[in-house]
Design a protein around this ligand. Structure first.
Ligand code: AMP
Length: 533
């Protein structure tokens, strides 16, 4: 059999969108646009400006901010370069981590040998992996790698050869510290963003926004990526609309205004069944004591809890409060509540936020079980649920994160923000029939004949300029077929342009809903159409 024959028999692969991702198509995209336009409009009235940050960032940005032991970072992130299924990359990442945290006292000869040998081996393996394109590295990483090699050579070839006199000890410690700093910079992975708060804080620091009038109020919208188990309302590429207020203090009115803004946005969209839950989760002062108390109480009832909650007693006891497991509910209800354990400042802040919400007419429900899994969150937390979403009914999550900018190397900066799940927002709007109807074409131009074609092109141009949606068929059609096509496209009118119409200078406008026709001159046409808009 010839090669050609084999090729013929091979069926071309039919591609499908990757699991957890989907195409958004018309007419649904009209609703997405409506939602996004409304966000631009409403957020603008609250003085927020839009930020568009990159879709990928250094992995470390997310690891530092969200926490490397959270599910979002450890299991769900799409990491490029050192992929989860790239053994070379993973191995290098683990070895780098081990070296960074290795203690290297100058008195420990064998410890020094292990550190220097392993760092050298790390560098050469890293180079080899780069050569084979098994890992990704930018210029900064490559420079850091070079400096790392130089520092290790200095340590091994010069320092360790010297008699340990003078400021030897100091130079030794400094060189080891430098090696670790360079190892830290050999940060080779980039990740698709699982959320945007970290990116906004990074941008705030990078562009010196603390010099601007505070607070800086930013909003964003766009796709986020998490390798979660896909289901209704849960996707691997999903969209968030969010906002952050950075700097300028932590006045309770800031918290309340941010919440008021989301509620105004939902109100404008006529989102149904909106329920706002709020809570305060304290701060670094009072929360650790509460968490310990909670852990102690949970340990007493450990046997009665499911495996997830049992694990969380150790890793993150607050998250047990999130549990939806039916059998655990009566146990959780009896646990100590954070509201009773807030320090004076946090309690006063929480009371003031509630008062501010009342002043703004924002209706809320206090929910002591509402927590955020991440360490940097503090004080105000909130969540908004909406109708028609089943178990994935949270459309918005938000809270205060005063320590985050500092954690990312910036100046101490107060912060609060939220993220709305746009996919879920759209689902809820569709379920409650609040989606605006898709607009069909205004005018379908049924033309016949060469002269009519020229007139039709001019008419289409003028009508479009006047803001009407016009369908101009590319080839001549019989009138019957053209009218059928106009009907299928949901056009309101058919503009009939045949030789007669063109020579008379009177065009026929047919209203498709009732079949009535009118003869109109060219200038009358736009006037007539405007009347019925
Ligand atoms: P988070 O960033 O986890 O606080 O999520 C904020 C909001 O984003 C949630 O309330 C959801 O509405 C939405 N969201 C989070 N993860 C997903 C996902 N995998 N698919 C769709 N929406 C999501």
């Amino acid at each position: 059999m010839s090669e050609g024959a084999v090729k013929k028999e091979e069926k071309p692969r039919k591609f499908q969108a990757i699991r957890g991702t989907r195409d958004l198509l018309p007419p649904e995209t009209a609703l997405w646009n409506h939602v996004e336009q409304t966000a631009h409009a409403v957020f603008g009235t609250f003085g927020f400006g839009e930020i568009r940050s990159p879709i990928f960032e250094w992995t470390e940005l997310f690891a530092r901010s969200i926490g490397s032991n959270t599910d979002v970072v450890s299991k769900e992130m799409y990491v490029l370069g050192l992929q989860h299924d790239n053994p070379t990359g993973l191995d290098l990442a683990h070895r780098r981590e081990t070296l960074m945290f290795m203690s290297v006292p100058s008195s420990d000869k064998s410890g020094i040998d292990i550190f220097t040998m392993q760092t050298r081996k790390f560098c050469s393996d890293y180079d080899a992996a780069l050569g084979k394109e098994l890992v990704y590295a930018d210029v900064g990483t490559k420079v850091a790698l070079k400096y790392l090699k130089d520092s290790i050579s200095y340590l091994v070839d010069d320092l360790l050869e010297q008699t340990r006199a003078g400021d030897w000890q100091e130079r030794f410690d400094r060189t080891v510290a430098l090696c670790k700093q360079y190892l830290d910079l050999v940060e080779p992975t980039i990740a698709l963003r699982p959320e945007s708060t970290a990116s906004v804080c990074r941008a705030y620091i990078e562009h010196g926004m603390q010099q601007l009038p505070q607070p800086v109020k930013l909003y964003y919208m766009g796709p986020m990526f998490r390798r979660e188990r896909p289901q209704k309302g849960r996707y691997r590429q999903f969209y968030q609309i969010g906002a952050e207020v950075l700097g300028g203090g932590d006045a309770p009115a800031i918290d309340a205004e941010v919440i008021e803004m989301v509620m105004t946005f939902f109100d404008r969209l006529e989102l149904q069944g909106v329920q706002l839950d709020i809570n305060s989760i304290g701060d670094g002062n009072c929360r650790p004591k509460y968490v310990e108390l909670l852990r102690a109480e949970l340990l007493k009832v450990k046997d009665k809890l499911g495996p997830d909650s049992q694990r969380r007693i150790e890793t993150n006891p607050l998250r047990v409060l999130d549990s939806k497991v039916k059998e655990e509910q009566s146990i959780i209800e009896k646990l100590p509540r954070i509201a009773d354990h807030l320090c004076e400042e946090c309690a006063a802040h929480y009371a003031a936020v509630k008062h501010q919400l009342e002043m703004r007419g924002v209706i809320y429900r206090e929910n002591w079980r509402l927590v955020r899994g991440l360490d940097y969150y503090m004080r105000t937390t909130f969540e908004i649920t909406a109708q028609g979403l089943g178990s994935q009914n949270a459309v918005c999550g938000g809270g205060r994160y005063d320590g985050l900018v500092e954690l990312l190397g910036g100046p101490p900066t107060k912060g609060i923000g939220f993220a709305i799940g746009e996919d879920r927002l759209i689902l809820s709007l569709q379920e409650s029939g609040k989606a605006p109807a898709q607009q069909g074409r205004d005018v379908y131009i049924a033309w016949m004949g060469e002269r009519a074609h020229a007139t039709a092109i001019r008419a289409a141009k003028d009508l479009r300029k006047a803001g009407f949606s016009v369908e101009l068929p590319p080839v001549e059609q019989k009138f019957g077929k053209a009218l059928g096509q106009a009907d299928k496209l949901g056009a309101k009118y058919a503009l009939i342009l045949g030789d007669n119409e063109v020579s008379e200078g009177l065009w026929t406008l047919k209203t498709l809903a009732d079949g009535t026709q009118k003869k109109l001159s060219e200038p009358e046409l736009i006037k007539e159409l405007r009347k019925t808009r």
